[in-house]
Design a protein. Structure first.
Length: 266
């Protein structure tokens, strides 16, 4: 199998975009370990980013990719993919190991139960972001192989997206363990799936139509991100602060991503 044109810059841009999650992991260290208010705002911010990107970026992109091959029913396929993503997230949530002592279940406000819930939020979010970044890696890689300038713009946009995602992963882990290396490890692993997605895509796209594969994945990823936001991030944001603090985080996440997309688009 011959390597595609612009292979080296495509891999470098994809790697840069994926590992931008480590920047978010580093930012998480600035937030004081005992500051639950900061945790509330941070999780609200991450939820705002995920919700905004799902409905303004992921779903429209899924429609665009699917409409090439399914011009008459692509919206229904996108809808089906979104629902499939919700179901996948529910299964991930259901089958995630739940090692909680009986006393923690009887007293959910105890410190051990609180730490468990925060750490679990980081793990579940990391899984969702790994799935999210996989098709993004494919998209960044193949865009760059065709047009380096366009690929760089896409990679930069995705890198900006990945910074708050790194915060969403690292902040809960650092809050519970107090160890920077664990937080950075989780943040890095959540982003490394982008270059992995590029490598896998380079081989499988010889057998499958990229529009069909990436479009379906985009819709499913949007469903996963919406579920994680409403099931995990928003409840914890409210629990560890108050609703106004959570709302500040949510609106900040939406506005920051909106401005970043305008700047990238311009």
């Amino acid at each position: 199998m011959n390597l595609p044109q612009n292979f080296v810059p495509a891999m470098l841009i994809t790697l840069f975009a994926g590992l931008a999650t480590t920047i978010g992991g580093a930012i998480a260290f600035i937030i004081k370990k005992k500051s639950l208010k900061a945790l509330s705002v941070g999780m609200g911010f991450s939820a705002g980013v995920m919700i905004f990107l799902s409905f303004t970026d992921m779903v429209p992109e899924a429609n665009n990719l699917l409409s090439v091959h399914f011009p008459n029913n692509y919206e229904w396929i996108t809808f089906a993919g979104f629902v499939a993503g919700l179901l996948i997230a529910i299964l991930i949530d259901y089958f995630l190991p739940d090692h909680v002592d009986e006393q923690d279940m009887l007293h959910p406000d105890t410190p051990s139960r609180r730490n468990y819930k925060i750490k679990r939020a980081g793990l579940v979010t990391a899984v969702a972001i790994c799935v999210h970044n996989f098709p993004e890696g494919m998209a960044t890689f193949f865009t760059t192989t065709q047009n380096i300038t366009l690929g760089l713009s896409v990679g930069l946009a995705i890198a900006i997206h990945n910074i708050p995602e790194g915060i969403a992963v690292a902040l809960p882990v650092y809050h519970v363990t107090g160890k920077k290396r664990y937080a950075m490890l989780y943040a890095a692993l959540s982003g490394i799936t982008e270059p992995i997605g590029a490598i896998v895509g380079m081989f499988v796209f010889g057998l499958f139509l990229p529009q069909v594969l990436v479009g379906a994945l985009m819709a499913a990823v949007a469903g996963i991100m919406i579920y994680i936001s409403f099931d995990t991030l928003l409840p914890l944001a409210k629990e560890y602060g108050d609703w106004h603090q959570s709302l500040i985080g949510i609106l900040s996440g939406i506005l920051v991503m909106w401005v970043s997309l305008i700047l990238i688009g311009g």
